[in-house]
Design a protein around this ligand. Structure first.
Ligand code: FMN
Ligand code: SF4
Length: 430
């Protein structure tokens, strides 16, 4: 028997209790139908993560409106006729103490190819997105209530479909982050300028979602600890801390700390980058770009990859310095994501008091049984190499680990588990 781990200690998030402190962070799946309906292929990705009794699982970002759909085969929560498919998703947790949280998002200017019928990419201001080349048009002030309503309606659908909570995505340079960040928000109305104004949209979204769902329903927020936009006017950590305190005052139940915009992509996914641009431009979100843009991407990509590898190498807990500041400033739980994959690293992060819980994205793509195997200290488990092949293919190919060796180890491990029933269904829930 291994010693009881802090990762098995329950964490209360609003009125919900997660029975452990290692969560799955959001990973956009590229496994829905082209118009965003849940498919068997999407459910299959989640089955082993649920089977491992992962205490809380955040879905990939779900678009709240067609205008906010950011990637190919992204799942949506923008219409009532999607609820039955979403219910199939939440049904996977039936009989298990696993919390499934729907991440709600509007892509803003970070949209490669707009969804069918969408003729306009919007943002806070008309600042071009350099990775994708999109030039958005500013949301008119009379359009903003519709954006707020799309989040509130999506949150209601999430509850109706049986999700245990929602997470509002205000990180990674998507629409709500675009409003927070001075570089992308050059507005002169009540949604731009001062921090209070730049945070207005996010706070209106939270207030609206809260009033629609009532006090009992868990609402989490994903927020950057830093925008990491050198030489551009990113939101500062000090500003983001103030925003987090306002979110707490307005009824947010937990904050997950991440970082970066698409413009500062290595920041979000610290790791290795060799071949990132080639893969993205051939089979990922970049495959539909105009050929001249692709040619530029292929030419400068290797240089950017080389620089990124030196500046943002894989480090376990790479967002902890930021999470620590939020943990000290807030009373609500803080979750830190970024590079977590070892029991020691995760336990040390929580034991140090720098975060209340940890979340993993890539390590759980490589090893969907991460929660179980970390607790049981199982050997022969797949370990993510942070090569970023999965995210490079995002938007074009289904989410998966694209390292043959790691995938082989994973399939062997899952096969062994199922054959031998190594663990009873409630392992980690003693
Ligand atoms: C394939 C892939 C898809 C992702 N999709 C999302 C997403 O939909 N929403 C989100 O907030 N973050 C998304 N992320 C970022 C992760 O949630 C996480 O913040 C980041 O990968 C750092 O965590 P890690 O080091 O554990 O991977 C994605 C990451 C990967 C690798
Ligand atoms: S492709 Fe596999 S090894 Fe590479 S980052 Fe993704 S999950 Fe990790």
């Amino acid at each position: 028997m291994t010693e009881r781990s802090v990762l098995e200690t329950p964490l209360t998030i609003g009125r919900m209790t997660a029975r452990g402190r290692l969560f799955k962070s959001a990973t956009s799946e590229t496994r829905a139908s082209t118009d965003g309906y849940v498919t068997d292929e999407l459910l299959q990705f989640y089955e082993p993560i649920i089977e491992a009794n992962t205490p809380m699982i955040v879905t990939g970002n779900l678009f709240v409106s067609a205008q906010g759909k950011s990637a190919g085969r992204q799942a949506g929560i923008d219409a009532d006729d999607k609820i039955p498919g979403l219910r199939d998703w939440t049904a996977l947790t039936r009989g298990r103490d696993v919390k499934l949280v729907a991440q709600l998002n509007h892509g803003g200017r970070q949209i490669g190819t707009p969804a069918a019928g969408v003729d306009r990419i919007v943002s806070a201001s008309d600042v071009r997105e350099p990775m994708l080349g999109t030039k958005p048009s500013p949301l008119r002030s009379d359009e903003i209530p519709m954006v707020v309503e799309s989040f509130a309606a999506a949150a209601e659908r999430a509850r109706e479909a049986g999700f245990h909570g929602v997470q509002i995505h205000a990180a990674h340079g998507y629409l709500l982050n675009q409003f927070l960040t001075p570089h992308t928000n050059r507005r002169t109305d009540t949604y731009g300028g001062s921090l209070e104004n730049r945070a207005r949209l996010l706070l209106e979204v939270l207030t609206s979602v809260r009033s629609r769902l009532g006090d009992d329903y868990p609402i989490l927020i994903k927020l950057n600890g830093t925008d990491d936009l050198p030489f551009r006017a990113g939101a500062t950590t000090e500003e983001l801390l103030r925003v987090a305190m306002w979110l707490q005052d307005e009824g947010a139940d937990a904050i997950e700390i991440s970082r970066g915009h698409y413009e500062s992509w290595p920041s979000t996914i610290q790791g290795r980058y060799k071949g990132f641009f080639r893969a993205s431009l051939t089979v990922g979100s970049g495959r539909d770009m105009p050929s001249a843009r692709k040619a530029v991407g292929r030419a400068v990509g290797p240089i950017l990859e080389y620089v990124a590898e030196r500046l943002r190498p894989p480090v376990e807990g790479f967002n902890l310095p930021y999470a620590q500041l939020f943990t000290h400033a807030l009373d609500i739980p803080v979750i830190c994501v970024g590079g977590f994959h070892t029991r020691r690293g995760m336990e040390a992060a929580i034991d140090s008091g720098k975060t209340d819980a940890v979340a993993a994205a890539r390590a759980m793509i490589a090893n969907p049984h991460l929660y179980r195997t970390v607790l049981q200290e199982t050997s022969d488990t797949p370990i993510c190499g942070y090569c970023n092949s999965c995210i490079a293919r995002h938007g074009g190919m289904p989410i998966d680990c694209y390292s043959d060796e790691i995938r082989y180890t994973r399939d062997q491990m899952l096969g062994r588990y199922r054959r031998e029933s190594i663990a009873p269904p409630n392992v980690g829930n003693q």
